[in-house]
Structure formats: C-alpha cells, structure tokens
Design a protein around this ligand. Structure first.
Ligand SMILES: *Cc1c(COP(=O)(O)O)cnc(C)c1O
Length: 337
C-alpha cells in the first residue's frame, strides 16, 4: 500500500529506533530527563526563543498556548479552517472558555487587514480580543505558506493592539524548507510557536511549544493539569532530536513528489480545481462520476490510500515513507486511471 492519507502515517526508521533505544532517561515531571531537556534546549536555541516544553501532541501544545495567552470570555482570532478551530474538539471553548472570531482567509492564510478588522473595540458589549493564531503551513489550505513580510505586518498589528500572536507550526519545517526561511525569523515574530515532530519529521509522537521563560513555566503547569506530564519521555524525545538532525532538509523531496503527483493529476479529466501545491499536500476536486469517497475507494483497489476531505475533495500527502519508487508507481497508476 502507498499511504498518502497523511504525513502522520510514517513509522520510525531503524536508525530512529536505535536512537530511541539508546536514550538516556529520567523523570521529566521532576525535570530530570536529560534527553527531553536536550530536545527542549535544542528547539529553543534553533528558534532563538527563551524556553520550550515537550508535549505528546500538537493539539496539546496549541491548547496550552491558547490557555496561557487568554482569560475566559476572551476572543481568539484565527482563519475559519484553522486546526485550532475545526480539528481540536472545541478545545478553545473547553479548555480556555474563549470564543472565536473566524476570518475568511485565503487557503487558511490571513492578513494584517483581516486582523485589524476583527479586533473588538474596548466596549463592555464585546469580548476582549487577546490572541491571534496563525497556521503555517496551512493544512486545509493545501500546505499553503506565509511570506515573512505578511507575518511581520500581523505582528505589528498585534503589538499595536496588545494581542498575543501564536503560531500553529505543525508543518513549519515544510514552510521553512519550501520558502528558504530561517527558524530565527519565526522566533522573533511570535509570542509562542508549536512545532510537530510527528508529521513530516517522522517521529511516532511529540510536539514542542516554544516561548518566553515565564510563558513556558506557566505552560508546564497547564500541561500537568491536562495530564500531559510524562515521565521517562526521553525515549520519544530522542526520536525528535534524531528527526531534527536528519529529516528536515529531506522535506524538499516530499515537496518535489507532491508537485509530480499534482502534474499527473492535472492531466486527467477527472481532476477539477486543485489548490496550489507549495509543500507536501495536494488537495483537488474530483469531477465527472466520482464523489471523493468513491474516488478514494477506487484508488485503494490499486493499492493507493488517499483521504476524502469533503464530498468532492481528495487529499494526498507525501512524506518520508513515500519513496521515489512508490511515486513512480503512483504516477503510472494515475496515468492509467
Ligand atoms: C496535525 C496538526 C496539529 C496537531 O495534531 P496532533 O495530532 O494533536 O499532534 C496541529 N495543527 C495542524 C495544522 C496539524 O496539521
């Protein structure tokens, strides 16, 4: 099977498993796991941020950040297809008691103008706007990427109005590689950043939340409250360090594969509108007799797994377990389909 449903389907490689097996560990709730400490320090330094905290999932890092940046009754500003809004189980309301003002952005990306017009006036009738969340790359935007200039403008607006700025960077490394941007640029622009190790970087588990020392101190308390205080987590942190050392630059291959797949699909009559392919995600409409679930079912018969994400949209995601040979086979299958 060629599994293109998500970049979360990767399995740890033998070398990654070896790094995990050999990890030095301790009780991380007591701050005594050397490998977790090393991972947190490595990530903080990479982004030029003061501190970091290791968590099991990207949902948890996002939710902790939102909790730490807001008070109950506040309003969080984000795009209408943001992961924090549509894929985290209503966590903004559940965990932080906040409401959301959604922006009708472009492929999941929003602008400084959008943010300005979404900030509530200082009026007792209105919720207090306290946080903006950006997503880079945009998952439902088909792996869309921000320009640094556009984020700088949003940062400016947030500063001017006293709002915090959080980045859901589940696939930030895809954006960094695709746009040739630097982690340090991101550390300067955001109050907090969440990165996932379990997407394109290929670890079985793990996300890291970055921010200022005080913020991360608070985040550790919220992580414990949410049940995310882990003990000998060094075994999984070792996978994260391995991934950051070995699996970042190679994301360019995934992007190349996604472009090849997109081209093959665009040659076919059954392919309708496709989102621009900037990184490792291909989202397209299926036309003619197919619904998205039917299309995916047919593909499965050819040994290819892809994901229907709406009645007529299909998603294919490339990752480190999708080899050159698999892509070649896939291109042939699409051509003959
Ligand atoms: C996957 C993902 C997350 C985090 O998901 P978890 O499965 O909880 O690790 C957050 N944001 C985006 C955009 C994602 O794609």
């Amino acid at each position: 099977m060629i599994d293109l449903r998500s970049d979360t389907f990767t399995k740890p490689s033998p070398d990654m498993l070896k790094a995990m097996f050999n990890a030095q560990v301790g009780d991380d709730v007591f701050g005594e796991d050397p490998t977790v400490n090393e991972l947190e320090k490595y990530c903080a330094e990479l982004f030029g941020m003061e501190a970091a905290v290791f968590c099991p999932t990207g949902t948890m890092t996002n939710q902790i950040a939102i909790k730490c940046h807001t008070q109950p009754g506040d309003e969080v500003i984000c795009d209408k297809v943001s992961h924090v809004y549509i894929y985290e189980g209503g966590g903004i309301a559940f965990n932080s008691g906040c409401q959301v003002k959604t922006i009708n952005g472009t492929r999941g990306l929003i602008t400084a103008e959008d943010v300005v017009s979404s900030i509530n006036p200082d009026d007792v009738h209105k919720a207090h706007s306290s946080l903006v969340v950006l997503e880079n790359t945009g998952n439902r935007g088909g792996g869309s990427c921000y320009e640094i200039e556009d984020i700088l403008q949003i940062q400016e607006v947030c500063k001017e109005h006293g709002l915090k700025l959080h980045l859901d960077g589940a696939r930030l490394f895809n954006a960094l590689v695709a746009k040739k941007q630097k982690p340090l640029q991101y550390g300067e622009m955001f109050d907090s950043i969440s990165i996932c190790l379990s997407k394109g970087l290929g670890t079985p588990i793990g996300s890291v939340l970055l921010g200022k020392t005080d913020f991360i101190k608070k985040a550790r308390r919220v992580r414990k409250v949410m049940g995310g205080g882990m003990r000998q987590a060094g075994y999984i942190a070792a996978a994260g360090l391995f991934a950051l050392h070995n699996n970042v630059e190679r994301l360019a291959e995934d992007h190349q594969h996604a472009k090849q797949i997109a081209e093959a699909l665009l040659n076919k009559d059954f392919t309708g509108k496709m989102m621009p392919v900037e990184t490792n995600i291909v989202i397209f409409e299926v036309l003619e007799d197919y619904t998205a679930p039917e299309f995916c079912k047919r593909m499965k018969e050819y040994g290819i797994l892809c994901l229907p994400i709406s009645p007529n949209q299909v998603r294919m995601v490339t990752h480190l377990d999708v080899t050159n040979e698999m892509v070649k086979e896939l291109l042939e299958t699409i051509a003959a389909f």
